[in-house]
Design a protein around this ligand. Structure first.
Ligand SMILES: Cc1cc2nc3c(=O)[nH]c(=O)nc-3n(C[C@H](O)[C@H](O)[C@H](O)COP(=O)(O)OP(=O)(O)OC[C@H]3O[C@@H](n4cnc5c(N)ncnc54)[C@H](O)[C@@H]3O)c2cc1C
Length: 303
């Protein structure tokens, strides 16, 4: 029986792990991977102490820090949490771990478009991760759907490979940070199409066309492309936590007490992008992970 199981190996989970181990809690961290969302960013410029660092490097540093403290880590996917006398955490790999307390720090997953052709062409031209897939589009034409920070970052990552990049934004204005917009304006390969609603992805063995509606003229238009990168936001990875243990927002975010990070179930805490906190950023997720671990320590001491 562990004192604490942490689910998720992103900034929130790793920070929670560092704090818990330093409090001498017998801790297990279970994560599907150690990439998370931060690992998808090629350039992070707002982590204090690192003027510029790739997400993958930052995550590796965090993981090394956790491991240097002797953390016990399992690379598995959690599929269920139950509460009986203690918490039981079940994984898709068939393990059942027990703990007195749990911190859910499972972050968020890419939101899908839900249009015709999207699912069919995943891995054949449709991608959700530029860091992972951009090199496959050398000298190709690609479309990025979404003009937020992730969409613009994805387009910038693609400039190293693709010969032409369209950014399709649903609204009439790009909402990404000004610093990213400035960079995009300097890139001659990138063309922004505003007021564009993606309709269908077509192709044969690989993606060939993207059909969208020009929301101003209501006309259907077609782009000849080789790939589509979908960057229209994220959904909280809360699917494995049952409704009787936690309250969720309509978006699926886990509701927590903002002071203690505890959910409605005593001993069950949550931290980072999977929760209803306002800003989804690395430093905030890390801070929330620290808060959750400290609250968990107080809870276990009282118990
Ligand atoms: C492309 C991109 C660029 C970004 N750039 C920046 C930036 O420059 N600066 C910034 O501050 N923020 C940036 N962000 C936001 C930032 O990455 C997130 O706010 C932060 O990573 C949230 O941390 P987290 O630990 O809550 O979740 P995540 O980073 O999502 O980590 C969650 C972890 O949980 C694991 N997990 C999920 N489900 C399960 C399960 N069922 N079982 C086991 N493990 C599971 C995942 O595999 C992952 O390892 C960016 C995000 C994206 C997508």
């Amino acid at each position: 029986m562990y004192d604490l199981i942490i689910i998720g190996g992103g900034p929130a989970g790793i920070t929670a792990g560092i704090y818990a181990i330093r409090k001498k809690l017998n801790t297990l961290l279970v994560s599907k991977d150690f990439v998370g969302q931060a690992g998808e960013s090629s350039l992070i410029e707002n982590w204090p102490g690192e003027k510029q660092i790739s997400g993958a490097q930052l995550l590796l540093k965090m993981k090394n820090h956790l491991e240097s403290l002797g953390a016990e880590i399992k690379q598995e996917e959690v599929k269920n949490i139950e509460k009986k006398d203690c918490f039981i955490v079940e994984t898709s790999q068939g393990s059942r771990y027990q703990a007195k307390a749990v911190i859910v720090a499972s972050g968020a997953l890419p939101r899908t478009l839900g249009i015709k052709g999207e699912k069919e062409f995943i891995g054949r031209g449709v991608s959700y991760c530029a860091i992972c897939d951009a090199p496959f589009f050398n000298q190709k034409i690609v479309a990025v759907i979404g003009g937020g920070n992730s969409g613009l970052e994805t387009a910038l990552d693609l400039t190293k490979y693709a010969k032409k990049i369209y950014i399709l934004e649903f609204s009439s204005k790009i909402k990404a940070d000004e610093v990213l917009q400035e960079r995009i304006r300097k890139e001659t390969k990138i063309e922004i199409i505003l007021g564009a609603q993606a309709q269908e992805i077509r192709g044969d063995s690989f993606v060939k066309e993207l059909v969208y509606i020009d929301r101003k003229t209501k006309k259907e238009k077609t782009l000849q492309i080789d790939g589509v990168f979908v960057q229209i936001g994220r959904i909280p990875a809360s699917w494995f936590v049952k409704g009787e243990l936690v309250d969720l927002t309509p978006r699926g975010e886990i509701k927590i007490d903002l002071n203690t990070n505890q959910t409605k179930t005593p001993g069950l805490f949550a931290a980072g992008d999977v929760t209803s906190i306002l800003y989804k950023q690395i430093i905030i997720a890390a801070g929330e992970g620290a808060k959750a671990a400290l609250s968990c320590y107080s809870y276990l001491k009282q118990e």
